[in-house]
Ligand binder design. Sequence first.
Ligand code: NCD
Length: 325
Amino acid sequence: MKRHLISAADLTRDDAVLILDTAEEMARVADRPIKKLPTLRGRTVCNLFFEDSTRTRISFEAAEKRLSADVINFAAKGSSVSKGESLKDTAQTLEAMGVDAVVIRHGASGAPYRLANSGWIDAPVINAGDGTHQHPTQALLDAFTMRRRLIGPDAGIGQDLSGKRITIVGDVLHSRVARSNVDLLHTLGAEVTLVAPPTLVPVGVETWPCEVSYDLDGVLPKSDAVMMLRVQRERMNAAFFPTEREYSRRYGLDGDRMARMPGHALVMHPGPMVRGMEITAEVADSGRCTAVEQVTNGVSIRMAVLYLLLGGNEPAVTNPRTEEK
Ligand code: NCD
């Protein structure tokens, strides 16, 4: 596995399966009365959030605390410093304080890559979502949820998602979740179909390892999981569809549409959901929707990633950075 986690495309099949298997072990910690492991005792992890987040930020923090790391939260929202300067200055401050890992979310695609390859900082960097580019831990928690539900927690160990048919629906153009999922699901052997209005399909999608369809009703009966995406209004500078009603009618998932899916098929959503837009309340609250389970699984996945990137299998005292302090 590489030193940083910047893109889902950087993961080999074996890396991804190792993370999913490690996350299964981490999930067992959540069932204990005391949900904590001493693994990252004495290590400091900084959560650097330049963009809004609820689930991802809380999830990383919970994962770090369950592994006994010291946690520094930095919410950069509202800073008047320009993005480049701010990132460099902040990185140098963190380096001076001796952080052992940085989790970064940034509105600019490529910011985590820049941080990891700049020489400003010597710690592993984990991308928690950059612009419209990548959100690798989201793709991993989605794959973990699919493997658990479609194969089983125990039967799934060591397995990938070969032959599973996954449909991703909505604002693919602005979605780092869609990009990361296409990369990871392909690596794991799944067949991915994207469904979106033509205006929300990215240029160059023909080079992606997936199919594209405009016929949601035709694709639903052939899906093992249907992942609904939020329309990312904050990233839009033009009208990409006539009205919200029109969007919901053609690309939203309601009870009638859900009935077209096979009985075992899952409805997934990374959150935040806009009920009434891409998903109705009936579907969001149904037993087939895994949105809440995805959040739970996110903690296990982030524990696994931190554990593997920080070499959590070694005792903390053998970490030279810790010994220097
Ligand atoms: C997503 C994101 O921020 O990329 N949410 C998440 O991390 N759970 C998707 C979204 O904002 O719609």
